[in-house]
Every structure is written in C-alpha cells, then in structure tokens.
Design a protein around this ligand. Structure first.
Ligand code: URA
Length: 235
C-alpha cells in the first residue's frame, strides 16, 4: 500500500529515507493538514550517568537542561542531601519555592515536619538519612511533575540509590510512590502493601505537606515509619 503523505513526513523526520515510485502521482506542496510533531523537551544523553561518583553526578545534575521549562525557570537544581551511605532514603516529589531558593530538599514547612518525624525515630537529616526528590528542579507553580520529566530525572535518582545502597526507601506521597512504582493506584492502596524499588524495600506513606493539612493521618504515617524501621533492622 502506498505511504500517505503524513507517513512519509514522519519517516523523514525520523531520518528514514522514503523511496517514491517514479510513476507515483506528484506530491502536493500544500501545507500538511496535521501540525508538525512536537519534539519532547527531553534529551536522552544527560541520563547516561552509569559509573559516575558523587561529585560528577552532582555536576551533571547542576548542568542538566533536559527539561526546557524546568531548566529555564529554576534558581538551581536540588540534588539531595544527607549521609552518602544512609540506611534510610526518603524520596519526595520535587523542590518547592524554598527548596529552589536554598538548593536543599524539604526545607520549607513540610521539611520541618519531616525533620520532626525523623527525630521521633531518633534519626536526623544527614545522619544515616538521605533525602531526595523525584525531580531535581522545581516545577513552576508547584504543579505535579510531568511523567516525561520524572523519566528524564530518573537516571540521576537511580544513580544516587546505587551509590547510597539504602536499606529502605520511604516514598513520601502519591507522586513519589506512583512514579517509583509505575502505578496509578491511589496512595491509600499503595501504602498498605509491601513494595521494592530496584531490589530495595520500599514503604509508601503520606507526604508531610498532606499531614500539615490533615494532621489526623499522623498515626498512619507513624505506623508506616515503624514498618520501615523494622525493615532497616531486619535487612
Ligand atoms: N516537597 C517535596 O516533595 N520535596 C521537597 O523537597 C519539598 C517539598
């Protein structure tokens, strides 16, 4: 079957040569009915971080321009913070305004609550604890990360996890949990099940920002954190 004009255009954009029969009817030079394909604002090469150590990885993140909108609007990237060999890795969603300004995750009001939760476990930011986010850049207006942004950033996070080798990952909130688990299930369903991310036990719990709005859910978070603690102890 002869290729349609649109099919020929798509193949051309992919760099695949298209041979046209000499006796084929002439191709109209009228503008195509369909709009041109939009290129994703994500480059693949930046994710090639296998083998990088902390310093090089941090530099690669700081220079990342993979997501045009995020890169153009950020004050700085927010790499992650903490013990480079922590047993506990907490993963949130993305930097907010305060994190973007200071270059450290969870330093706003939600971060203060996270610090209190750590203290209740006799833990401390930076001591056997590492904190990171699904995204290293602040989404404008604190919108949810787009799936393609999370995908573009994933190599950085995965490399951090490989370097840290935590005993447990705690996913803070729906966005982190769904993104790490590749799931659309509601957080309430994810948090009551056992999970692993790339071989590391993963506990899902509510985001501290949600707890600020719904303090009645703190008991559930506490039981999730106790479960995480028993995973650390038993690992
Ligand atoms: N919320 C997050 O998910 N991450 C931060 O770093 C701050 C707020």
């Amino acid at each position: 079957m002869p290729l349609s004009r649109r099919q020929r255009e798509i193949l051309g954009e992919m760099g695949i040569p298209v041979w046209v029969r000499r006796d084929a009817p002439p191709v109209s030079l009228e503008p195509a009915a369909n709009p041109p394909i939009e290129r994703p604002a994500v480059e693949v090469e930046v994710r090639d971080v296998a083998g990088l150590g902390w310093e090089d990885l941090r530099a690669r993140v700081a220079a990342c321009m993979a997501c045009a909108e995020l890169a153009s609007q950020r004050t700085q990237t927010v790499f992650g913070v903490g013990d480079p060999a922590a047993d506990w890795l907490f993963i949130g969603e993305a930097p907010g305004a305060e994190e973007d300004r200071r270059g450290e995750p969870f330093v706003g009001p939600a971060g203060q609550l996270l610090d209190n939760m750590l203290a209740a476990l006799a833990l401390q930011r930076g001591r056997n604890v590492h904190i990171a986010n699904i995204l290293k850049c602040r989404p404008p207006g604190n919108r949810d990360p787009k799936p393609e942004e999370a995908e573009a950033c994933r190599g950085f996070l995965d490399r951090q996890i490989t370097l840290i080798r935590p005993r447990v990952i705690v996913a803070l909130g729906r966005v982190a949990a769904q993104s790490l688990l590749g799931s659309n299930e509601p957080l309430g369903q994810l948090r009551v099940r056992e999970h692993a991310y790339r071989g590391t036990p993963l506990v899902v719990t509510y985001h501290p920002a949600y707890l600020l709005r719904s303090p009645g859910e703190k008991a559930k978070v506490w039981s999730d954190l106790l479960r995480a603690r028993s995973l650390v102890a038993g690992a």
